[in-house]
Every structure is written in C-alpha cells, then in structure tokens.
Design a protein around this ligand. Structure first.
Ligand SMILES: C[S@@+](CC[C@H](N)C(=O)[O-])C[C@H]1O[C@@H](n2cnc3c(N)ncnc32)[C@H](O)[C@@H]1O
Length: 178
C-alpha cells in the first residue's frame, strides 16, 4: 500500500482528542485560532506580537518558520495584512497553502519552503517580521536574526521606535542585539 506523506502529515493534526488535550493543558492560554492546534502560540504570545506589529491592510509581514501558517492567517483574515511565510518543511507549507484557501484570505497569504537564515526575500521588503517557536530549532541563530533584520524596512523600524517611545540608547542596544 502506498503511503501519501502529505495525508499522513495532515492526519497527525486531525485528531479532536489531541486538540482537546492540547486545549486542556494550555487552559486559559489556549489560542482558539491555532490550527493545527499543536502550534505553541498562546493567547499572550498573540497579544504581544499584535501590539508590536500593528497589523493592518497597509502592512506586509514575514512569518519565519510559519509551519501550518495559523499566525499569518490570523493577521490576514482579522486585520487585512499581507503575510509571506517560509518554513523548512514542505509538508507544512502545503498545509499552510491549503488552509489559506479555506480561510478566505488566500489572496493575502503566500508561503514557500526554505530556510529562515536564507529566505531569498529582498532586503527591507517587509514592514515587520515574526517567528513563533522556531529559533530554538535553528542551529545558527545569529544568521537567522541577521536575516530578519535584513528583510525589515528601515522606515518601518524608525516608525516603530518612535511609536514605542524607545530612547536612543535602547535603540542602539536593540540593533546590536539583533
Ligand atoms: C513549533 S513549529 C512552529 C510553527 C509556527 N510558527 C506556529 O507557531 O504555528 C516550528 C517550525 O519551525 C520550522 N523550522 C525549524 N527550523 C527551520 C529553519 N531553519 N528554517 C525554516 N523553518 C524552520 C519547522 O519546520 C516547524 O514548522
């Protein structure tokens, strides 16, 4: 019997029992929009990145290590943002593409397989970037952080610093820490 790797991959996430166990263990922090439910994004994580990125119909965001793409779908469907995602796992990318179509926000979402440290995206081409529970798996974290800094728009960074009321000294620290 032939095994379809994509069907096998999807079936891992289809179980209602697993979803309910996941929801129970996360309690109040379970993020209902997580799909597949095994995303480790919590309610507080999502609030945090939403406050930092201010997603809107004017923003273009990068999701580094997007997995099945639930966070990008949330920003695209709920706020009208354009989101591009990249993930090392082609099966996760295929799932992200399938779920984008059924979300109704497929025209705002694009996904591709690849490495977060070498995205192939143009420099300064995104207003903001996020990466949820991915860096722990990346061997060369410095390269990944440099790539994130490279793809983010300088104008948007200045806007964000201004909006956040961040001091010059803190700015310089944040830049060097990237
Ligand atoms: C815990 S999942 C998180 C998925 C998604 N961010 C979410 O919150 O639902 C981690 C993801 O990181 C991806 N990943 C790990 N190392 C990567 C790399 N070097 N480049 C791109 N993706 C990577 C894995 O394939 C996996 O989909």
């Amino acid at each position: 019997m032939d095994l379809d790797p994509y069907r096998a991959f999807r079936s891992l996430f289809a179980s209602k029992t697993v979803r309910s166990a996941w929801a129970k263990s996360y309690g109040e922090q379970f993020w209902e929009a997580s799909e597949p439910s095994q995303s480790q994004a919590t309610v507080d994580d999502i609030k945090f990145i939403t406050q930092r990125l201010h997603p809107s119909a004017e923003t273009k965001l990068a999701d580094l290590g997007c997995g099945g793409g639930c966070v990008g779908r949330y920003f695209a469907s709920g706020f009208g943002a354009d989101v591009e995602g990249i993930d090392a796992d082609p099966l996760a990318i295929r799932m992200a593409e399938d779920l984008a179509v059924t979300s109704g926000a497929g025209h705002r979402l694009r996904f591709k397989a690849g490495d977060v440290s070498k995205t192939g995206w143009r420099g300064s081409s995104f207003d903001g970037a996020f990466s949820m529970d991915v860096l722990l798996f990346v061997a060369d974290k410095r390269a990944a952080l440099h790539e994130i800094a490279r793809i983010r728009s300088k104008a948007w960074q200045r806007f964000r610093w201004h909006k956040l009321g961040v001091t010059r000294r803190e700015r310089s620290f944040a830049r060097t820490s990237i």
